[in-house]
Design a protein around this ligand. Structure first.
Ligand SMILES: [Zn+2]
Length: 126
């Protein structure tokens, strides 16, 4: 069984990926190569800024992993404030490591209102 030519591709190490040569492609080779370049660009960006994870955003959580704390280099996470009172409830984004790193509190990092993020996103895409 040697009809597949497997070429190993550089990855972050989590998932092995292959571009299969002698097979009808699901996506264009150009697009696939562009994706590899983009992944490499993000990996290099994360390394340069000492960010551990920047790429787990989804349709439901478009900001997940995209807001990076300037103090600790960790991703911001979604938090709900006053979740018991509907009128006071606020959704904010805050550094995930704000209260986690012992002896090195993230005093400078600030929360961001979820509505503000969405309004900025809509402004940018118009
Ligand atoms: Zn932080």
């Amino acid at each position: 069984m040697d009809f597949l030519t497997k070429k190993k591709v550089e990855n972050n190490g989590e998932i092995p990926q292959y571009y299969v040569e002698d097979h009808p492609p699901i996506i264009d080779k150009e697009i696939w190569e562009a994706v590899q370049l983009e992944m490499e660009r993000r990996r290099a960006f994360a390394e340069k800024h000492q960010i551990q994870k920047i790429d787990y955003a989804s349709v439901d959580h478009p900001f997940a992993g995209r807001i990076i704390c300037g103090n600790s280099g960790k991703a911001y996470g979604k938090k709900v404030w006053n979740s018991t009172d509907k009128n006071l409830r606020r959704v904010v984004w805050r550094c995930n490591s704000k209260y986690k790193i012992k002896g090195k509190l993230d005093y400078g990092s600030r929360h961001i209102d979820d509505k503000l993020l969405y309004s900025h996103l809509l402004t940018l895409s118009m």
